[in-house]
Design a protein around this ligand. Structure first.
Ligand SMILES: Cc1cc2nc3c(=O)[nH]c(=O)nc-3n(C[C@H](O)[C@H](O)[C@H](O)COP(=O)(O)OP(=O)(O)OC[C@H]3O[C@@H](n4cnc5c(N)ncnc54)[C@H](O)[C@@H]3O)c2cc1C
Length: 447
C-alpha cells in the first residue's frame, strides 16, 4: 500500500472542502484533497449553480411581462439547457484537478475512509496526517414512503440536469429546493403539484413568508397541498401516483423528492476515532472541531445547508488550524430562495426570538405603500419586508423580505444584525432614492 504524509487532509471537494484547501494551502500547509465524484461538489453540478441558471430565463420573462412597454420575450428550452450544461462544466472537473496540481496540491480520487488516528484510506492509498477536515456534504433525504424505491424518483440531481421538461411532476417537499424547482418547471410548462407536510411553505421562515410564497406559486399555476402527508406511491401507466393521508391522490409523470438533506456520514470510518455519528450531522464546536485533530465543515455538520455557511466554516477551521483565534457566529447568515420574486431572510424569526426569551418588537412594511421603487417596476406591485428587534438592546435581530432582488438588499439587515447597530443609528442612515433598501427606514420607524 502506498502512503503519503501531509500536514492536513480535506475529505470532500464541495465548496466547503475547496475553501478549506485553498485557505490551508495559502497558509503554507501541505494539504491534500480527496474527492470520490466531482471537484465542486453538489453546489457546482446539481444544486446552486444549475438551479439558479435554470431559474434565470423564466425570471427575465416574468420581469418583462410585468414591465410596461416590454413585449413578452420567448424562452427556448434547448438554449437554456445548453447554457446550464456549460455552467455545470458538462460534468467534467478535469480543469479543476489540473488547477490544484499546478498549485502543488495533491488530489486523491476515490472514497475516503478514516482507518485510525491520523490515517485515511483512499481506495488502497494511505494518507497520514495530524489534521483531518471532513467536508463530505449531504445527500437528498429520502422519506419513508411505501413504494418509492419501486416507482423510481428524481432528487435534486436528476431535476437540475434534466434534458427534457416533463409534462407533469409531483414534488414532495415545500422548502427552498421544492419551491425553486417547482417554479422553474411550472414556468416551462410542467403541471406541478407540491405536497408539503408542514402547514406552510418554507416552514423555517416567518409564517408571513410562507403565505406570500404560496400566493406566488399558486399564481404560477402550481397546485400546492399544505399539511399533506404522502403515505404511498405507485406507478399507473406512465404516471406516478402519490396517495395522501386521508385518501386523496395526486399524480405526475415524474416525482421529485425535496424533503431535506441528510449529512454524508456513512462509511467514513469515524467510529475508528471514537466519534459518535449523529444522523443529523457531525457535532462541531465554535471552531468547527469534532475532536482532537478532526474538523468538519459544510452540510455534513447539519448547521445550515448553504454554500456560504460551508465556506465560512472552512475559513474558521483554517484559522483554527493556523493557531489563530476562531469562533463561528451564525447570527447573521442570509437565507435566500431564488424564486421570482426572491425570498430572503436573516437572523431570527419572531417565533425563535420569543423562544429565546427576547422582548420582541416587529415591523411589517408593504413596499407599495412605503416606497417608490416597486412602482417603477410594475403596476400594482407586491412585496413585503418584516423586521424583528430586541427592545431591551434596541437592535435588529431578524429580517425577511419577499420582493425583487431581496437576496441582494437583505445584506443591509445582515450587517446591522452582525454589528448590533443601534436602531437609532439605522434610523439616521440614509438610503438612495428610489431603491428597495429605503423600505428599511419605514420599518425602523415602525420599530
Ligand atoms: C437544488 C439545490 C439548490 C441549492 N441552492 C443553493 C443556493 O442557491 N445557495 C446556497 O448557498 N446553497 C444552495 N444549496 C445548498 C448547497 O448546495 C450546499 O449547502 C453545498 O453544496 C454544501 O457544500 P459542501 O461542500 O458541504 O458539500 P457538497 O457540495 O455536498 O460536497 C461534498 C463533496 O464531498 C464528496 N464526498 C462525500 N463523501 C466522500 C468520501 N467518503 N470520500 C471522498 N469524497 C466524498 C462528495 O462527492 C462531494 O463532492 C442548494 C442545494 C440544493 C439541493
Amino acid at each position: 500500500m502506498s502512503s503519503h504524509v501531509y500536514d492536513a487532509v480535506v475529505l470532500g471537494a464541495g465548496p466547503a472542502g475547496e475553501m478549506a484547501v485553498s485557505r490551508l494551502a495559502g497558509q503554507g500547509v501541505k494539504v491534500a484533497l480527496v474527492e470520490r465524484e466531482l471537484i465542486g461538489g453538489e453546489c457546482a453540478y446539481w444544486a446552486c449553480i444549475p438551479s439558479k441558471t435554470l431559474l434565470r430565463a423564466p425570471e427575465v420573462r416574468g420581469e418583462a411581462t410585468r414591465t410596461a412597454g416590454v413585449a413578452e420575450p420567448g424562452v427556448e428550452w434547448s438554449a437554456v439547457a445548453a447554457y446550464r450544461d456549460m455552467m455545470i462544466r458538462h460534468l467534467d472537473d478535469s480543469a479543476q484537478e489540473t488547477g490544484y496540481r499546478d498549485q502543488g496540491i495533491d488530489v486523491h480520487r476515490g472514497q475516503a475512509r478514516v482507518t485510525g488516528a491520523g490515517r485515511v484510506d483512499v481506495d488502497g492509498v494511505e494518507l497520514r496526517t495530524e489534521r483531518i477536515v471532513i467536508a463530505t456534504g449531504s445527500d437528498a433525504r429520502i422519506p419513508d414512503v411505501e413504494g418509492l424505491a419501486e416507482v423510481g424518483f428524481w432528487t435534486n440531481r436528476e431535476a437540475t440536469t434534466l434534458s427534457e421538461i416533463p409534462r407533469s411532476i409531483v414534488i414532495l417537499g415545500g422548502g427552498p429546493v421544492g419551491v425553486e424547482l417547482g417554479q422553474f418547471l411550472a414556468r416551462f410548462g410542467t403541471r406541478v403539484t407540491i405536497v408539503q407536510g408542514a402547514g406552510r411553505l418554507l416552514p423555517r421562515e416567518d409564517p408571513a413568508v410562507g403565505a406570500l410564497v404560496l400566493d406566488i406559486l399558486r399564481d404560477n399555476g402550481i397546485d400546492v397541498r399544505l399539511g399533506a402527508q404522502a403515505v404511498r406511491v405507485s406507478r399507473e401507466g406512465e404516471d406516478r401516483v402519490v396517495y395522501l393521508e386521508g385518501g386523496e391522490t395526486v399524480s405526475g409523470r415524474e416525482l421529485l423528492i425535496a424533503t431535506g438533506r441528510a449529512p454524508r456520514v456513512g462509511n467514513l470510518g469515524l467510529e475508528a476515532l471514537g466519534i459518535e455519528v449523529d444522523p443529523r450531522g457531525l457535532r462541531v464546536d465554535e471552531r468547527c472541531r469534532v475532536s482532537d485533530g478532526v474538523w468538519a465543515v459544510g452540510d455534513v455538520t447539519g448547521v445550515l445547508a448553504f454554500t456560504h455557511v460551508g465556506m465560512y466554516q472552512a475559513r474558521i477551521a483554517a484559522q483554527d488550524i493556523a493557531g489563530q483565534s476562531a469562533h463561528a457566529d451564525y447570527r447573521a447568515i442570509p437565507r435566500v430562495a431564488f424564486c421570482d420574486p426572491e425570498v430572503a431572510a436573516v437572523g431570527l424569526t419572531e417565533q425563535l426570538a420569543r423562544q429565546q426569551g427576547l422582548d420582541v418588537s416587529t415591523a411589517h412594511v408593504r413596499l407599495a405603500d412605503a416606497i417608490a421603487r416597486p412602482w417603477t417596476y410594475q403596476e400594482d406591485p407586491a412585496g413585503e419586508l418584516g423586521l424583528i428587534a430586541d427592545r431591551a438592546r434596541g437592535v435588529l435581530v431578524g429580517a425577511w423580505a419577499v420582493a425583487p432582488l431581496a437576496g441582494e438588499w437583505i445584506h443591509y439587515a445582515a450587517l446591522a444584525i452582525k454589528m448590533q447597530t443601534p436602531l437609532a443609528v439605522l434610523r439616521d442612515t440614509v438610503a438612495q432614492f428610489p431603491t428597495f433598501t429605503e423600505a428599511y427606514l419605514k420599518g425602523f420607524e415602525q420599530l
